[in-house]
Ligand binder design. Structure first.
Ligand code: HEC
Length: 102
């Protein structure tokens, strides 16, 4: 019984690892800071497009890693000092869904 509860707890915990950041600040960061390269509508600019169509089929984990660590040799900077892993994962998942408007 305890194991069952603990399991339920951890399952809930792993959902919480993707925080429910209906956080307007994070949406704004992506629209503005990421948008400065990827375009305000994320259709691309200096950076590649980050639309649902453009990212279709790319694994969320690798997108999150690109966000956290950047792409050496390209203009894509690392965001690990500003974003947590969970936030990068959240952004990657939202990008794959079609990023929410501010
Ligand atoms: C200084 C410009 C710049 C900024 C700011 C920037 N990026 Fe990028 N980003 C790039 C470039 C250039 C690439 C393409 C790298 C390459 O050629 O592989 C890229 C690639 C990516 C990719 C990989 C896309 C793919 O098709 O695999 C993701 C995801 C991404 N950026 C997300 C973000 C997010 C999220 C932010 C904000 C937290 C951000 N970027 C901010 C320039 C930028």
């Amino acid at each position: 019984m305890i194991a069952f509860i603990a399991h339920g707890f951890f399952a809930a915990g792993s959902v919480a690892a993707e925080p429910d950041i209906a956080d307007p600040r994070l949406v704004r960061l992506v629209r503005q800071d990421c948008g400065s390269c990827h375009g305000m509508t994320l259709q691309g600019g200096l950076g590649t497009p980050l639309t649902r169509e453009a990212l279709s089929g790319k694994p969320a984990d690798s997108l999150a890693a690109t966000i956290l660590y950047g792409r050496p040799g390209t203009a894509m900077p690392a965001w690990k000092t500003l974003l947590t892993e969970a936030q990068a994962q959240w952004i990657a998942n939202r990008l794959l869904d079609g990023f929410p408007e501010e």
